[in-house]
Design a protein around this ligand. Sequence first.
Ligand SMILES: [Zn+2]
Length: 221
Amino acid sequence: MATDKSDMSLKVREAAVELFSRQGYDGTSMRDIAKRSNISVANLYNYTDSKETLFWTLMKAAVEDLMHEQREALSHETCSAARFVVFAYTHAKHHTTHAREVVRLGNTPMESLSPDRADKVRAVRDEYEGMFRAVIGEGLKDDFLKTDHYVLANRAILQMGVGISLWFHPEEVLTSESVANVYAAFAMAIVGYDSDAHDRTCAAGTECVAATTWMKWAPGR
Ligand SMILES: [Zn+2]
């Protein structure tokens, strides 16, 4: 039976994710990827023009997938504190289920890439960081979040979430949801969430996801 080109392309991508995550970008050759995909090296070049292009395609798809999840989650919330909470929650939850793609690909040393590609990888990461910065900015403007360190808070929260993928396993006693909730509450503490200011002003009051998350999962409770 002839293999459909899109099936094969998927197989190549899966093989590359697996190998890049296990052996690192530098430690993976086109020969390794071809072997794992059960095709010849010559045939592999029908799917990609280089290892770097393949890496870039996977990296971009991983970040775009995460940004899509964030836009979808944000679209349901109007309160700025709630938007902050769902962003932090979605970021953490995503990293309980996407260990291979985001962490290992995302941590590939930039010096392995051509300057042009490295710039593109940085740009796509900056876009994601910028999305979160805008969300934090809305919360600060509303006085629901209070921090002078929002740039570092942004990076600290994102890195903390990415770190979940280093230790989280599906058989973990904690569920994805409980980890994501606790991390969202940690994130709220990092940006100085003011529950009194929020509950006084937010139209949803204590029914808002920011209030319920803080009530249930705030550090120290
Ligand atoms: Zn609210």
